[in-house]
Design a protein around this ligand. Structure first.
Ligand code: CUA
Length: 321
């Protein structure tokens, strides 16, 4: 049994640590596909070589057999691989679906990539360079953006890798099931120090996490992004058109906005209000006008608001449940 399993895993080059809930499923699928590919390569090339030698032409005047098609054989070699492909698709889809849909109770952390470092900001405003500290057994949703070029957030032990871009948020999530420190790499070539764009995921107990979160050190502004957003709400004049209590002003209320399905004027298809939707509504305010609201009423804030301020506004709007 042991030798069978070591044979099965002979070509499994995944990291030893399976630190997230879906790591075993990812590894299993990866091993299955790799082994199936090796088996087919050996079987097909082996048979081909054997036939080439066994049935080689032995003299200039040798008669060559005329072989017509064989319906049964061709049906078998089409149907069996198709069934295998459907199974691989099914297992791949189930795992992929899980990796794209974080649970509602996930902890949220903002990730900012720049040449050549990672910054992590927790919802209370705690900011950390290079270290993503998370509590064991708690799903973590990452909201990621780049300050410059394309990067890719890669944590092999968690089996997550997701591109990080400027001007749009990308998301990933994982549920850490193992205490310890795990490497973060940048997996997209981003310039001179790409290979030094490193960090760590530190999985700690919930007590250690609480201590970590509340130790803010010597920062000038200890407010959370949501609190900063609350101030911006009046400073930037959002309050003139957007209520917080659900009442209708010039624009839609912020209450219960996040996660709701928005319907739009001008035949724009409905969409769930996520971070990208809010960002777009601030910068390209005319792209999607909510149904029954006047077009042209919302000015564009392009150039009038920083990325950090947008993130604070998003945190504030999300807090208006
Ligand atoms: Cu960032 Cu490579």
């Amino acid at each position: 049994m042991d030798s069978l399993s070591s044979l099965w895993n002979a070509f499994n080059f995944m990291p030893e640590d399976q630190a997230s809930t879906w790591a075993p499923a990812v590894d299993h699928l990866n091993t299955l596909i790799t082994n199936a590919a090796i088996f087919c390569t050996v079987a097909i090339v082996g048979t081909m070589l054997y036939f080439a030698i066994r049935y080689r032409r032995r003299s200039e005047d040798q008669e060559i057999a005329y072989i017509e098609h064989n319906t049964i054989l061709e049906t078998v070699w089409t149907v069996i691989p198709s069934i295998i492909c459907i199974f691989l698709f099914y297992f791949g889809f189930v795992t992929y679906h899980e990796t794209r849909n974080p649970p509602a109770n996930a902890l949220e952390v903002n990730v900012t990539a720049r040449k050549w470092a990672w910054t992590f900001q927790h919802t209370n405003g705690k900011t950390d360079e290079a270290n993503l500290v998370v509590p064991l057994g708690q799903p973590v949703r990452l909201i990621m953006r780049s300050k410059d070029v394309l990067h890719s957030f890669f944590v092999p032990a968690m089996r997550i890798k997701e591109d990080v871009m400027a001007n749009i948020y990308t998301f990933t999530w994982f549920n850490p099931v193992k205490l310890g420190t795990f490497h973060i790499f940048c997996a997209e070539y981003c310039g001179k120090d790409h290979s030094a764009m490193l960090g760590s995921v530190k999985v700690v107990t919930s007590e250690e996490y609480a201590d970590y979160l509340h130790d803010r050190g010597a920062v000038a502004d200890t407010r959370s992004p949501a609190e900063i957003g609350k101030e911006l709400y009046t400073v930037k004049g959002c309050n003139a058109c957007h209520s917080l209590d659900g009442s209708r002003l010039v624009g839609p209320s912020f209450k219960g906005l996040t996660g709701s399905i928005r319907e739009f004027e001008n035949g724009v298809p409905p969409q769930k209000a996520d971070e990208n939707y809010i960002r777009e509504s601030i910068l390209l305010s005319q792209a999607k006008v909510v149904k029954t609201y006047p077009a042209g009423a919302m000015p564009s804030f392009e150039g009038l608001i920083t990325d950090d301020e947008i993130e604070a506004m998003i945190a504030f709007i999300k807090s208006q449940k």
